[in-house]
Ligand binder design. Structure first.
Ligand code: PLP
Length: 385
């Protein structure tokens, strides 16, 4: 069976983990700082905070932004639910900005319209979470400009976009945002098993992220209310969590970072190859915005199922018979029962609903061979035409 994604672990990765297992620290040791520095330097950001996963990264990023009861967070409906849930964890309301029909990312036009409306109603968002679907950056320059005009924090969910480029920068540089989050789940671009990270250029946000990651506790004299009682002393100055990554994971992450460019370049090669091989089939291949060089976490195609006279379920079943497991990214978050209960209506985001009807994800990962990709395309030819 060929699945939509999987990790790639080599001997260096394995050795790096063994080295930590034989060393002094399994957690809260030097491997964390090394991983954080490696990712921050790669992206061109000042600070990085490694945590247990991208979900906890999004949570503490919202906390650091000061999100709380009575506030509002906006994100895209075409994302993993965690991009929205982080707002709910903080007691904030969540609202959704529909996607652009070409990139499938949060539409900057719809965002701008919605902001104008929200300003009139006195209900502007405190945090906006653009999600770089498939590893293709959102239009960050415009979103950044809107954030200055309307005064919200920009938190990039770059879970798909480690190693991706936008204009003259790496995603994660935070040139056009306040914070950026990566995921290191095994299906993502690099992995630490479970893992996530927040990047920022703000010392103030960095200090808060470090606090929220570890119980709200600090040993930094500058953050304490008074001088330390002695060398044993620490203070809990906020209500934080235990979201710390282990050194075992961080060592794996640093090792995986050595191959990030190789991972991304293979994904770019396979995506370009799909584009060629799928020509002539009754489907729509991904659009690439000229400002972006995606990392291609996923390869999404769209089919007008009325035209091919088969249902999506049938296509999934017939591909599975041929050893290929398709996937779908994503079910529009605002249509999930939890969000419907909070008052969201499917028709709020019509472009996302249309996308959901037509889209599905083809397998794409570093170790997918050209031959396997040919098999996938041939199987698609059989089931679609
Ligand atoms: C994977 C993913 C997350 C959550 O990542 P975890 O590390 O599994 O918590 C959040 N947002 C998006 C867009 C994702 O793809």
């Amino acid at each position: 069976m060929i699945y939509y994604g999987k990790q790639n672990i080599n001997e260096d990765d394995i050795q790096s983990v063994i080295d930590v297992l034989k060393a002094d620290f399994l957690t809260q040791g030097p491997a964390i700082e090394k991983f954080e520095r490696t990712v921050a330097e790669y992206c061109g950001a000042k600070y990085a905070v490694a945590v247990t996963n991208a979900t906890s990264a999004l949570h503490i990023a919202c906390k650091a932004a000061g999100l709380g009861h009575g506030d509002v967070l906006w994100t895209s409906p075409i994302t993993f639910t965690a991009s929205a849930n982080c707002g709910r964890y903080c007691g904030a309301d969540v609202d959704f900005v529909d996607i652009d029909d070409k990139t499938y990312n949060m539409s900057a036009d719809i965002l701008e319209e919605k902001l104008k409306q929200a300003k009139k109603n006195g209900k502007l968002p405190k945090v906006v979470v653009p999600v770089h679907l498939a590893g293709q950056s959102c239009e960050m320059e415009r979103i950044h400009a809107l954030s200055k005009e309307y005064g919200f924090t920009v938190l990039e969910d770059a879970s798909h976009a480690t190693g991706a480029d936008y204009k003259d920068t790496k995603v994660g540089s935070c040139k056009y945002s306040d914070m950026t989050v990566f995921s290191f789940h095994p299906v993502k671009i690099i992995t630490t098993g479970e893992g996530g990270m927040v990047l920022t250029n703000s010392k103030d946000l960095y200090d808060k992220l470090c606090l929220y990651r570890s119980h709200g506790i600090t040993r930094d004299a500058d953050l304490m209310t008074h001088e330390a009682d002695g060398p044993w002393y620490y203070q809990q100055v906020e209500l934080g969590y235990n979201y710390r990554m282990t050194d075992i994971q961080a060592a794996l992450g640093t090792s995986q970072m050595q191959r990030l460019d190789e991972f991304v370049s293979r994904r770019r090669y396979l995506a370009a190859r799909y584009n060629e091989l799928l020509k002539g089939l009754p489907l729509c291949t991904p659009y690439q915005h000229p400002d972006t060089k995606p990392s291609w976490h996923i390869y999404v195609v769209r089919v007008d199922f009325d035209k091919v006279k088969k249902t999506k379920k049938q296509i999934f079943a017939e591909m599975k018979e041929r050893g290929i497991v398709l996937n779908l990214h994503y079910i529009p978050v605002h249509t999930q029962p939890y969000y419907e209960r909070l008052g969201h209506k499917p028709e709020e985001c019509p472009v996302s609903l249309h996308y959901y009807k037509e889209a599905f994800t083809l397998p794409l990962y570093y170790s997918l061979t050209d031959e396997q990709q040919d098999d996938i395309v041939n199987a698609l030819k059989e089931v679609l035409v």
